[in-house]
Design a protein around this ligand. Structure first.
Ligand code: BGC
Length: 784
């Protein structure tokens, strides 16, 4: 009886399940893409089933914003357009044409919208289109939503990398996403995970430096912070890793010039951060590079975009071109005979969205109709772009409540993170004992130099910010200096390094003579809005690593007084001035430390903060030493130069503290690494000095014998550790097979048997490292 009862119960249950699921299916069948009860994928499917080819192609088209166009039209000639990568307009289209196109659903995306009013206006136009598909609005929010006036400006990526603190970067990226959404933008053209191999490249400040592992970690942290897990909801944006690939080792250090590197170097140095961004952070968009790679313009590199990234490594998002770079396959690279053919090559290779402007759509439509492009390419592109719009919730609410952004932008929490990043990202490169300055009621400090009292601390991709949001170097030093009892004065020696006047240089030197200490704030200028005076940044590459303009004249005159000089660098690109570093009492490299750079620098000068940053790239002595990277091949320095040393000015991973740390010889949990048995590497770190501080413990490996040559050192792990004076802590880092893997002589991703050196210390310099060794007994093949 009981058994029969149970059977009936089960049958009833099954009937309910079948009924409910049929019911759900029926119900779902009646729903369309406007319903939030369907998944993003289901909504995309439904919407696309209603769209024509023309409507789908429209989603692949991006244009610059209307206000941007008005300003650019006013300032630029048509001839300027071809080479201008920052500003654009469309000679054949009026603002009214764009308004009508948006209403007709012919535009899928805009970029460079910097007011909420414009974002809302454009969305209101899109809401008049047939399917009411919202616009995806992209912006270069590289270190904060910096093109928006009033946003929190965090330190530049190179400074962020100098923190070696991925968690903090994750946090500021999540804050950036909130600020972006509050201002109506949804897509950040960041992180720049170009592995920097030539610091003449003006975009050095936008990168995370020269090491693939550090760049990979920083890239993953940025993407996760911006996107969260699946970028759904109203506080996330999608990230865009760029630029695929290797423009950071273009010939002669010039932006967009050709890159010629071996496939092995691409796989071993440039591509690992992209692979990790896809596999560890669910990256949803990638921007291709201006440059060609080994003869193939990046925008038509099918192997890179489709075979490798999408099919082999699993990239499941969409590609966007860089600024006008599809047409440049024709006009710059001379590989296509027309923009139309360039479109065929690029979309055929895997490109999904065109930045920016007309003609692309009509060519894609023609090419599909002529059978030169499969419609499946358009379908994939359109489906990914729509998926993003659904997931971000834009169909439900494309608008921003005007004024609401004020609570989010530059709020207390965001300010604190920006300050924390600056404190952790400023590198102390030299200290002959003068720092930290002790309190004094008698002494005077004189501050001067081109970057002493302006917003160069903010770096590239930033519009001028409200003065009250920014603490300049002088302001920071004056405030804290006076609290410590000093008299602090300032003289404007001229803020454009190439235009400094004799009279100002002489006056600055004379004032320095009267002061007890001079803080000389030197460096470069990467302001977007000051293009003629920029000395580094996008499209301003450097033929020297020396200070630009007349800065060394100023420095030499000030130093000639014989009084102590503290040099503070503000520059996204490294400065190689060995004699200046020798003569200065201290050198503080702040990179581009963001809104609170002046405060953080002052706190370091007066010892409120103990510096802990480490260089994310090698600083050479001269441009002639390039390429100079710590992870070079074994034969790099067998021979000498006739007139130059072969050591850098400062090695990768280097940075001083006001205290001393003792790091023990590493101890391993086992000296054999096998496929599924990672090992732990431990060191004891002791603060042997008198001040609390943080140290970045770095772990490098070297494969002693390999089937192809390998770097003399490779960074594999690092950890920040905070220690009180006298305190010790054990730092443990894990090494697994992946940490030892590389592409062998047959390009197989594996670990070869043999011994490896494991080196741990606080910089990449041999003298700062202690070592042990480990072994791999059998060849390990890894999934790739
Ligand atoms: C840069 C990109 C940037 C784009 C949009 C281009 O010139 O290379 O990195 O995202 O402009 O501003």
């Amino acid at each position: 009886m009981k058994i029969i009862g149970k059977t009936i119960q089960i049958m009833l249950l099954m009937a309910v399940v079948v009924f409910t699921s049929c019911n759900t299916e029926n119900k779902k069948a009646n729903l369309d893409y406007t319903s939030t009860e369907l998944s993003a994928e289901e909504r995309v499917k439904d919407l696309m089933s209603r769209m024509t080819l023309e409507e789908k192609v429209a989603q692949m088209c991006q244009y610059v914003g209307l206000e941007h166009i008005k300003a650019a039209q006013h300032d630029l000639s048509e001839e300027d357009l071809d080479v201008n990568d920052a500003r654009g307009f469309y000679p054949d289209l009026s603002i009214n044409d764009l308004v009508e196109m948006t209403k007709a659903g012919k535009i899928g995306s805009y970029l460079h919208i910097v007011t909420v009013e414009e974002a809302n206006y454009l969305q209101s136009l899109a809401m008049q289109s047939k399917f009411k598909i919202p616009l995806l609005i992209g912006i270069d929010a590289i270190h904060g939503d910096g093109l928006f006036s009033g946003a929190t400006i965090y330190p530049s990526p190179i400074t962020q990398a100098a923190t070696w603190d991925d968690e903090l970067l994750y946090k500021v990226s999540a804050q950036t996403a909130k600020e972006m959404r509050a201002t109506g933008t949804h897509w950040a053209f960041t992180p720049n995970i170009d592995v920097l191999r030539d610091p003449r490249w003006g975009r050095t400040g936008e990168t995370f430096g020269e090491d693939p592992y550090l760049v990979g970690n920083m890239g993953v942290a940025t993407i996760k912070g911006l996107q969260s897990d699946n970028f759904s909801g109203s506080e996330n944006v999608i990230a865009c890793a760029k630029h695929l690939v290797a423009g950071s080792q273009s010939l002669n250090g010039l932006n967009a010039s050709p890159t010629d590197v071996s496939y092995r170097t691409l796989m071993g140095i440039f591509l690992p951060p992209f692979k990790r961004a896809v596999q560890e952070a669910n990256l949803f968009s990638i921007m291709t590079a201006h440059n060609e790679v080994n003869g193939i313009p990046a925008h038509m590199d099918k192997h890179m975009m489709t075979d490798l990234m999408r099919d082999r490594w699993g990239f499941d998002g969409f590609y966007v071109s860089d600024w006008n770079d599809v047409s440049r396959i024709h006009t710059w690279h001379h590989v296509a005979d027309s923009f139309k053919q360039a479109t065929e090559f690029s979309v055929g290779a895997g490109l999904d969205m065109h930045m920016h402007g007309p003609h692309f759509a009509e060519y894609v439509i023609e090419l599909v109709n002529e059978g030169k492009l499969p419609e499946s390419r358009v379908d994939l592109a359109c489906s990914k772009i729509l998926e993003v719009k659904f997931r971000l919730g834009l169909f439900e609410n494309p608008f921003i409540e005007e004024g609401s952004y004020k609570e989010v932008l530059f709020n207390k929490e965001h300010q604190e993170s920006s300050l924390e990043q600056a404190r952790k990202g400023i590198v102390l490169q030299k200290n002959s004992g003068i720092l930290p300055l002790k309190s004094s009621t008698k002494k005077t400090i004189f501050v001067t130099g081109p970057n002493a009292n302006n917003q160069t601390t903010l770096g590239d991709w930033v519009s001028p910010q409200p003065e009250e949001n920014i603490i300049t170097m002088y302001e920071g030093i004056k405030k804290l200096g006076e609290e410590k009892g000093y008299k602090v004065s300032y003289f404007d020696s001229g803020d454009r390094s190439r235009k400094m006047k004799d009279a100002d240089i002489n006056k600055a030197a004379a004032l320095a003579k009267k002061a007890d200490i001079t803080v000389l704030v030197l460096g470069e200028n990467s302001f977007r809005h000051d293009w003629p005076n920029k000395t580094t940044g996008e499209n301003i590459d450097r033929a020297t690593l020396k200070l630009s303009g007349r800065q060394m004249e100023l420095a030499n005159k000030v130093l000639a007084n014989g009084k102590p000089v503290i040099v503070v660098y503000v520059s996204g690109s490294p400065i190689a001035e060995p004699t200046l570093e020798k003569r200065a009492k201290a050198v503080i490299n702040t990179w581009e430390p963001g809104a609170f750079g002046g405060q953080a620098t002052a706190e370091i000068i007066f010892g409120e903060v103990n510096p802990s940053a480490k260089l994310p790239l090698t600083i050479p002595r001269s441009v002639g030493q390039l390429q100079m990277v710590y992870n070079h091949k074994p034969t790099m320095y067998i021979h000498k130069y006739n007139t130059e040393k072969k050591t850098p000015l400062h090695p990768f991973g280097f940075g001083l503290s006001y205290t001393q740390f003792d790091i023990s010889t590493p101890v391993v949990s086992s000296n054999v690494v096998s496929k599924d048995a990672p090992i732990e590497v431990s060191v004891e770190v002791k603060n042997t000095g008198k001040m609390a501080g943080e140290e970045v413990v770095q772990l490098y490996i070297r494969d002693n014998v390999s089937s192809v040559t390998r770097p003399v050192k490779e960074l594999k792990k690092y950890q920040r550790v905070a220690l009180e004076p006298g305190e010790s802590k054990t730092v443990t880092m894990t090494l697994d097979a992946e940490s030892l893997a590389f592409y062998d002589i047959n390009m197989e991703y594996c670990v070869e048997p043999g011994s490896f050196k494991v080196m741990v210390g606080n910089s990449s310099a041999d003298k700062d490292l202690k070592e042990t060794s480990i072994e791999v007994k059998e060849r390990i093949i890894l999934k790739d």
